[in-house]
Design a protein around this ligand. Structure first.
Ligand SMILES: C[S@@+](CC[C@H](N)C(=O)[O-])C[C@H]1O[C@@H](n2cnc3c(N)ncnc32)[C@H](O)[C@@H]1O
Length: 251
């Protein structure tokens, strides 16, 4: 699994965030080295990020993400035909935006460490209904081939547990195939049984060649699943070690 540094502007587009949304208490899960919390915070928003990488050594994450981005640029240029550049405009703007995000992330982690909390799905270190809006980009569904269906169900219920408003997830396609996560409808049915209606919305963002869609979960009427048990929740299937391509290339 890669640790990426998407920008505030990408988050706005991926999640169709309005000015009202940005006035809410927001959780970014997983935050990775994204610049969302830093840049939203600079605009006065009350946002927090959680990620397993925010333990000891997290101060170095911004720098690692920056180097990763620079490393990826040549590959992006070489394989430019495989991507949809209608949103970014081209590889140069992509790399500029992601590098700016990695720098903003690094500076914010140092300045406001309390905004970056170490934690992993499906067990987040927050009380029930702690946030108005929970954003989740490029973990669930993206890594559908690595992370089991049981893990996905538990992770979705956990994101719902900590939200009193909505959970929004992007994308709905697996990064390995660019095809929609095959168990998506089963997940939506399980959520509906727990009082969580959902809808799929098209968003104004493009890059990888899958459909640009987000899943919106309405959490206000959520109730705990009947006979809730995390057994068989797929923890072992959830193991997917973090990789940095630029360090692998140096070996
Ligand atoms: C591809 S990055 C996405 C980061 C950010 N949302 C973005 O779009 O730039 C995936 C992140 O998921 C984190 N991650 C891996 N396993 C996780 C888990 N069980 N719970 C929460 N985050 C996890 C990784 O540490 C990594 O930072």
């Amino acid at each position: 699994m890669f640790v990426s540094a998407r920008s505030f502007e990408e988050y706005r587009a991926m999640f169709s965030l309005s000015d009202h949304d940005l006035s809410l208490r927001i959780l970014d899960c997983p935050g990775g080295a994204a610049g969302f919390v830093a840049e939203a915070g600079a605009r006065g928003a009350d946002a927090v990020a959680v990620d397993p990488q925010y333990g000891p050594g997290r101060e170095g994450l911004g720098e690692l993400a920056l180097r990763e981005n620079e490393h990826k640029h040549a590959e992006l240029v070489e394989r430019a035909g495989e991507y949809d550049w209608s949103w970014f405009g081209g590889p140069a703007r992509y790399t500029r935006m992601r590098s700016r995000s990695a720098r903003a992330f690094g500076a914010d982690v140092a300045a406001r460490p309390g905004r970056y909390v170490a934690g992993s799905l499906p067990d987040l270190p927050f009380a029930d209904r702690s946030f108005d809006l929970v954003l989740s980009s490029h973990l669930l569904f993206s890594y559908g081939e690595q992370l089991g269906e049981g893990w996905h169900r538990d992770a979705l219920l956990e994101l719902v547990r900590v939200s009193r408003g909505q959970v929004r997830l992007y994308p709905l396609f697996q990064h390995t195939s660019n095809k929609r996560y095959p168990a998506l409808e089963r997940m939506r049915e399980s959520l509906a049984e727990c009082g969580v209606p959902s809808r799929v919305e098209r968003v104004d963002y493009a890059f990888a060649p899958g459909d640009p869609e987000m899943l919106v979960l309405e959490c206000a009427g959520a109730r705990a699943p009947a006979g809730a048990s995390r057994e068989g929740g797929g923890t072992s299937a959830a193991f997917d070690p973090v990789r940095w391509r630029h360090l692998e290339a140096e070996r």
